[in-house]
Ligand binder design. Structure first.
Ligand SMILES: Cc1cc2nc3c(=O)[nH]c(=O)nc-3n(C[C@H](O)[C@H](O)[C@H](O)COP(=O)(O)OP(=O)(O)OC[C@H]3O[C@@H](n4cnc5c(N)ncnc54)[C@H](O)[C@@H]3O)c2cc1C
Length: 404
C-alpha cells in the first residue's frame, strides 16, 4: 500500500507512524522546512498532549457523535501509552498531561525518530500545486510528482499560520468536492471596549466569564481572566471564544459578562458590602475595595459605577451598594471582534464531518481519501484536547488507509 500524507504536523505524523507500522509505504509531503513546527509552541513550550478528563463536552463541531466515534478508537490512555512506547514519560497536572521533561521538543523528537526508524519518506519544502485522482491519486508539487493508492489530508486549519497551517488544506479538500463549515479563530482573545479597559489593562484575576449571544447564555468558564487594552484574554475567555467568533460570523451580538467575585451569590455580595460598610465606614471607596480586588480594577469598577474613589463608604446609599454589587458580578462587555488567526490556537469549523465516515475517516465522496486533524470541523477546549484529536484522528486515518 502506497500512502501519501499531505501535512507533517501532529495528525500527519501520527498517521504516518500508524500506517507504516501496518506495513504501508508512506510519504509525508510538508511545505515547511521541517516536520511538526506547531508542536514546539504547544502548552507554552511544554506540550499539553492529552487530558485525563475526556468528555464529549470538551469538543465542539457540528457532530459530537463523529468525534466520539473517532476518540473511542484512540483514547487518552492510548495516547499516553503511544508516547510512552515512543519514549516520552508522561506527567499529569490537574488532569493535563505533559512530557515529564516539560519540553514540547521531546514530543516532536520521538515522533521524528520513529518516522525515521520506520523508513517513512519525508519531503519537506514541497508545496502541493495540483492534486487529483485518476486510477490513483496524483499529487503534483513544486518539486515533483507522486502517485498514491491512498491519500491522507492532514494540513491543519488556519490557526498560527506561521507554523505552516495556512488554510491550503481547505482548497485541497474542496478540489475533491468536500463542503466546508465556516472557519473562525478559536481559543483566542476577544476584543471589546467599554471605556475603562485602557485603565485596567494588565489586571489578572480569578473570574467567571459567561457569553451571551443575542441575550441568550451560550457558554461560561472560570479561571484567570486577563484584562487588556483591546478587551479580554486568559483561559476562561479562550474556552468560550469559538462561540463568540461564530456569533460574530453570523452577524449576531456576543456580550461577555464578567463576574469578579464568582464565589458569592448576588444577595450575599450585596449584604456583604453593606456589612463591610458598617465596619469600615470611615474608609474612602478606594481604600474600601483594597483586599477585594487589584487596585487598578477597583478604580475601574468605581468609575464604571459612577462612584468617586474619594467618597466615604458611609456616604454610599443602599442603591449605590446594590449597583456596585451588580457590576462586580455581572460586568457586561459587548464583543466587537476576536484577535485574528495569527493569535488563535485552533480553528473552529472546517471540512464538514457529515461527508466523512467517523469509523474510518475516509471520505464519503472519494474512495481512499482520508482526513485527519484540525482540518476537520472539530475543535477542542484548552487542556490537551486538540492534540488528542490530532493523535486520535491521525491514528484512525492511518490504520484504515493502510488496511482497508
Ligand atoms: C500556540 C499554540 C499552542 C497550542 N497548545 C496546545 C496544547 O498545549 N495542547 C493541545 O492539545 N493543543 C494545543 N494547540 C493546538 C494544536 O497544536 C493543534 O490543534 C494541532 O497541532 C493540530 O494538528 P494538525 O496535524 O491537524 O495540524 P498542524 O499541527 O497545524 O499541522 C499541519 C501541517 O500541515 C502542513 N501543511 C499545511 N498545508 C500544507 C500543504 N498544502 N502542503 C504541505 N504541507 C501542508 C503545515 O505546514 C503543518 O506542518 C496549540 C496551538 C497553538 C497555535
Amino acid at each position: 500500500m502506497n500512502i501519501v500524507i499531505v501535512g507533517g504536523g501532529a495528525s500527519g505524523m501520527t498517521a504516518a507512524i500508524t500506517a507504516a507500522e501496518k506495513g504501508a509505504k508512506v510519504t509525508i509531503i510538508e511545505h515547511n522546512d521541517r516536520l511538526g513546527k506547531k508542536i514546539l509552541s504547544t502548552g507554552n513550550g511544554r506540550c499539553n498532549f492529552t487530558n485525563l478528563r475526556m468528555e464529549s463536552d470538551c469538543f465542539r463541531g457540528a457532530s459530537p457523535e463523529f468525534v466520539e466515534t473517532v476518540l473511542a478508537q484512540f483514547t487518552h490512555e492510548d495516547a499516553i501509552s503511544f508516547f510512552e512506547n515512543l519514549g516520552v514519560l508522561a506527567k499529569e497536572k490537574s488532569g493535563c498531561v505533559y512530557p515529564y521533561s516539560e519540553q514540547a521538543s521531546a514530543v516532536l523528537d520521538v515522533l521524528r525518530f520513529k518516522i525515521e526508524q520506520l523508513g517513512v519518506r519525508v519531503r519537506c519544502e514541497e508545496a502541493v500545486e495540483d492534486i487529483f485522482c485518476k486510477d490513483q491519486f496524483v499529487i503534483k508539487t513544486n518539486r515533483g510528482k507522486y502517485e498514491a493508492d491512498r491519500l491522507i489530508l492532514a494540513c491543519g486549519g488556519k490557526a498560527a499560520p506561521t507554523t505552516g497551517s495556512d488554510g491550503s488544506g481547505y482548497v485541497l479538500a474542496k478540489a475533491f468536492g468536500h463542503r466546508l463549515k465556516p472557519t473562525v479563530p478559536a481559543l483566542v482573545q476577544l476584543c471589546g471596549d467599554d471605556g475603562i479597559f485602557h485603565s485596567v489593562a494588565g489586571v489578572r484575576c480569578d473570574a467567571k466569564v459567561t457569553l451571551f449571544v443575542d441575550e441568550k447564555e451560550v457558554a461560561s468558564d472560570r479561571g484567570e481572566l486577563q484584562l487588556t487594552e483591546y478587551g479580554v484574554s486568559g483561559i476562561p475567555v479562550f474556552q468560550i471564544s469559538r462561540y463568540a467568533a461564530m456569533a460574530l460570523y453570523e452577524k449576531k451580538q456576543p456580550v461577555v459578562s464578567l463576574n469578579f467575585l464568582p464565589d458569592f451569590s448576588d444577595k450575599q455580595l450585596f449584604y456583604y458590602l453593606l456589612q463591610r460598610a458598617v465596619n469600615q465606614s470611615w474608609k474612602t471607596m478606594e481604600q474600601f475595595l483594597i483586599g477585594m480586588f487589584p487596585k487598578k480594577l477597583a478604580h475601574g469598577l468605581l468609575r464604571k459605577a459612577g462612584l468617586s474613589v474619594m467618597t466615604k463608604a458611609e456616604a454610599c446609599s443602599a442603591s449605590a451598594w446594590k449597583g456596585l454589587a451588580e457590576l462586580i458580578m455581572d460586568y457586561r462587555v459587548p464583543i466587537t471582534g476576536t484577535k485574528g488567526f495569527e493569535h488563535a490556537q485552533v480553528t473552529a469549523g472546517g471540512v464538514d464531518t457529515e461527508e466523512i465516515h467517523g469509523k474510518t475517516l475516509e471520505s464519503k465522496l472519494m474512495k481512499h481519501l482520508y482526513f485527519a486533524g484540525e482540518l476537520l470541523d472539530v475543535d477542542g477546549i484548552c487542556g490537551g484536547y486538540n492534540l488528542q484529536w490530532a493523535w486520535a484522528s491521525g491514528h484512525v486515518a492511518g490504520i484504515h488507509a493502510a488496511e482497508d
